[in-house]
Design a protein around this ligand. Structure first.
Ligand SMILES: C[S@@+](CC[C@H](N)C(=O)[O-])C[C@H]1O[C@@H](n2cnc3c(N)ncnc32)[C@H](O)[C@@H]1O
Length: 282
């Protein structure tokens, strides 16, 4: 028991294990995540409907994504297609990639008929073959921050490999001020009737760690059921814009514009998030 408790509360090295699929692609938890995506009043899993619509308006109006049929858009971690389907309805040719079967099914079922097109690929965007060439790649809701350094490099190389010359990669990230919202703490909760992690009874141990030097936070969940134990790591990298610019530069990208978010708001140095428009160098 003592050794077990020591193990479940141990502090791992940053990004020592990546388990994002246990949260997003698990048959049970993906149902909860999809319900959050589809609740347009909360910023959980997806942003509120109002923010999504303002983002799509900014993308179409300011960047020309989807305006005048044919802009080719790659939406990485597209979830249930809340952006992809709207952009397709405006004339874009969108390919959405996600490893949640439940979300991809929803996205396909709600894809618009008519002007543009929305095609969905079920798979890990770090591994699945990305078909075709694109004018714009998107990664919305700070998913970039859930990846470790090696995975971010791999993602940037993959995106550069499928963007046409002059193509842009737009994504949002957590700023340094958001790191202060994470406090180190531990909790233990019995769930005798099941809940978020399982329909069966389980015990949930949560340890929150903050890595000040690396600007990383971790919520580590150990979920103990009668016949299995899972550890789920929710890592978040937080960025100073200069550090992100350096990371992009090392991976062959220029950071061409710094924004407050993907609705096109101006960059706020105290904001919890910011967004970038980046272009791979030829
Ligand atoms: C925070 S949600 C954002 C969803 C969508 N971009 C939105 O804003 O509505 C992150 C999404 O990325 C997906 N995802 C996370 N890691 C992934 C990976 N390695 N490959 C494919 N999809 C991934 C999840 O299933 C989830 O749908």
């Amino acid at each position: 028991m003592f050794t077990e408790l020591e193990r479940l509360s141990a502090r791992p090295e940053p990004f020592a294990a990546i388990t994002t699929d246990l949260l997003w692609a698990d048959p049970h938890t993906s149902g909860h995540m999809l319900a959050h995506h589809l609740d347009g009043t909360v910023d959980i899993s997806s942003r509120t409907t109002d923010t999504i619509e303002r983002s799509v308006a900014w993308l179409t109006g300011t960047l020309g994504v989807g305006v005048g049929a044919g802009t080719r858009v790659l939406d990485l971690g597209c979830g249930p297609g809340l952006y992809s389907n709207r952009l397709a309805a405006l004339g874009a040719e969108v390919t959405g990639v996600d490893f949640s079967e439940r979300s991809v099914r929803y996205a396909r079922d709600t894809a618009p008929a008519g002007r543009g097109s929305a095609t969905y690929l079920l798979g890990n965007y770090l591994e699945v073959e990305l078909p075709g060439r694109y004018d714009v790649a998107l990664m919305v809701m700070c998913d970039f921050c859930a990846l470790g350094p090696e995975q971010r490099g791999r993602l940037l190389r993959r995106v550069a490999g499928v963007l046409d010359a002059g193509g842009r990669f737009l994504f949002d990230v957590y700023g340094l001020s958001a790191l202060a919202t994470h406090q180190e703490k531990r909790s233990f909760t019995p769930n005798p009737s099941g809940g978020f992690w399982s329909p069966r009874p389980y015990f949930e141990f949560v340890s929150t760690f903050v890595y000040e030097r690396e600007k990383v936070s971790l919520d580590k969940y150990v979920i103990v059921e009668e016949d299995r134990t899972r550890t789920v790591y929710n890592w978040l990298q937080h960025y100073d814009p200069a550090v992100l610019r350096g990371e992009l530069d090392r991976n062959g990208y220029d950071l061409t514009e710094l924004l407050g978010d993907l609705t096109g708001a101006p960059f706020d140095p105290d904001g919890h998030e910011f967004a970038v428009i980046t272009t791979p160098r030829p």
